[in-house]
Design a protein around this ligand. Structure first.
Ligand SMILES: Cc1cc2nc3c(=O)[nH]c(=O)nc-3n(C[C@H](O)[C@H](O)[C@H](O)COP(=O)(O)OP(=O)(O)OC[C@H]3O[C@@H](n4cnc5c(N)ncnc54)[C@H](O)[C@@H]3O)c2cc1C
Length: 306
C-alpha cells in the first residue's frame, strides 16, 4: 500500500489525513507547530460550532480525529521535497521519509524580508527558490536572508553552485538547530547579523547595503524566512505558483504526479470551511490516483515470470 505525506497539520491537512488514513494508507502529517489556525482566538462560520471554537481547540480535535484512524503526526519542519525514482523524498530538519503521494497544506506563508526595494529585484536577483534559480548564479556571490533551519539548509545547498555564500540575518540572531549551525560553520559560510537597509543595482541586483552603510556584493539574494512555505516546497517539485499561492486544478491536483495542494496555500476564500473542503477533495483524488498506480503495479507484478 502506498504512503502519503501531508505537509501541514492545520484543518486542511488533518481533514485530508482522515480520508487517507481511513483508506489504510500510511499517513504522515508533518506539523512544525505554526500555522494560522493556532493563532486565532475564535473561529466563526465553522460547521457544528454555533458558539465558535478556538483555533487550538479545532487543531486538537482534528488531530484526535485523524489519529483515531491511524494518521501519524510528525512534529518536524519540512525543509525539502524531491522526486526519488517513482516516489518522493521528504526531508525534515530531523529525518527523511519516502512516500508515494504528497498533499501540500502549509497554509498562507510568504514573507518578504524587511529591506527596502526588494520587490523591484524579484526575478532580477531576488529569489524565493534555491532549487529553481541557484543555477543562474554559478560561481557568483550569493546570500540567503533568514535566521532559521530553512535559511541554513538553503545556504548549504547553494554551495553546490558557488563557494561565495553568506547568510544575512538582518539584525536577528541566527537560530538554526545546533547541528545545522555546525555544518554552516564547517562550510565556512559567514553569518552576517547586521541590520540591512536596502538593495542596489542597475536593473539587476548588485549588492545589499547595511544600516551602517557597508555594501555586501551579491548577485543573487535568496529569501528563506521562517519555515519553508508551501510555495517554496511546491517550486522544489516543479509545481507552478502564482505569487503567494500554489496553483492547482479544480480537483486540487497539480501537474506533478501524485502531488496535490489544498487550503490557504492555494489562495481562494481562505476559510476553515473552504480549506477543509479542499483537503477532502485533495485526499479523495490522490487516493484515486494512487489506486491507479497500485493497480498498474499489480499488473506489472502479474506479468513477471514466476
Ligand atoms: C486573524 C484571522 C482570523 C480568522 N478567522 C476565521 C474565522 O473566523 N473563520 C474561518 O473560517 N476562517 C478564519 N480565518 C482563516 C482560517 O484561519 C484559515 O482559512 C485556516 O487556518 C486555513 O487552514 P490551513 O490548514 O490551510 O492552514 P494553517 O492553519 O495555517 O495550517 C498550516 C499548517 O502547516 C504547517 N506547516 C507550514 N509549513 C510547514 C513546514 N515547512 N513543515 C511542517 N509543517 C509546516 C503549520 O505548522 C500548520 O500546522 C482567519 C484567519 C486569520 C488570519
Amino acid at each position: 500500500m502506498s504512503d502519503v505525506a501531508i505537509i501541514g497539520g492545520g484543518p486542511t491537512g488533518l481533514n485530508a489525513a482522515i480520508y487517507t488514513a481511513r483508506a489504510d494508507r500510511r499517513t504522515l502529517v508533518f506539523d512544525d507547530g505554526g500555522g494560522t489556525t493556532r493563532d486565532v482566538d475564535t473561529m466563526e462560520n465553522v460547521y457544528g460550532f454555533p458558539g465558535g471554537v478556538t483555533g487550538p481547540e479545532l487543531v486538537d480535535l482534528g488531530r484526535e480525529h485523524a489519529q483515531k484512524y491511524g494518521a501519524e503526526i510528525v512534529e518536524e519542519e519540512v525543509v525539502r521535497i524531491e522526486p526519488d525514482d517513482d516516489r518522493y523524498r521528504v526531508e525534515t530538519t530531523v529525518d527523511e521519509y519516502t512516500v508515494d503521494g504528497v498533499i501540500i497544506a502549509t497554509g498562507a506563508n510568504y514573507e518578504r524580508p524587511a529591506i527596502a526595494d526588494v520587490e523591484p529585484y524579484e526575478g532580477h536577483g531576488v529569489s524565493y527558490c534555491v532549487e529553481c534559480d541557484a543555477y543562474f548564479y554559478r560561481d557568483s556571490p550569493v546570500a540567503v536572508v533568514g535566521t532559521d533551519n530553512y535559511a541554513a539548509t538553503e545556504a548549504l545547498m547553494l554551495l553546490d553552485y558557488t563557494d561565495d555564500v553568506r547568510i544575512l540575518t538582518n539584525g536577528s540572531p541566527f537560530e538554526a538547530d545546533e547541528e545545522l549551525r555546525e555544518r554552516v560553520a564547517e562550510a565556512e559560510i559567514p553569518v552576517v547579523t547586521d541590520d540591512l537597509d536596502r538593495l542596489v543595482g542597475d536593473e539587476t541586483l548588485e549588492s545589499v547595503v547595511t544600516r551602517d552603510g557597508d555594501e555586501i556584493p551579491v548577485d543573487g539574494l535568496f529569501v528563506a524566512l521562517g519555515t519553508a512555505g508551501g510555495t517554496d516546497l511546491a517550486e522544489m517539485l516543479g509545481v507552478p505558483v502564482d505569487g503567494d499561492d500554489v496553483v492547482t486544478d479544480s480537483d486540487q491536483s497539480t501537474p506533478v504526479d501524485r502531488v496535490y495542494a489544498a487550503g490557504d496555500v492555494t489562495g481562494g476564500h481562505q476559510q476553515i470551511a473552504t480549506s477543509i473542503g479542499e483537503g477532502a477533495r485533495a485526499a479523495i483524488n490522490l487516493l484515486e490516483e494512487l489506486r491507479g498506480a497500485d493497480y498498474i503495479d499489480y499488473k506489472k507484478l502479474d506479468s513477471q515470470p514466476a
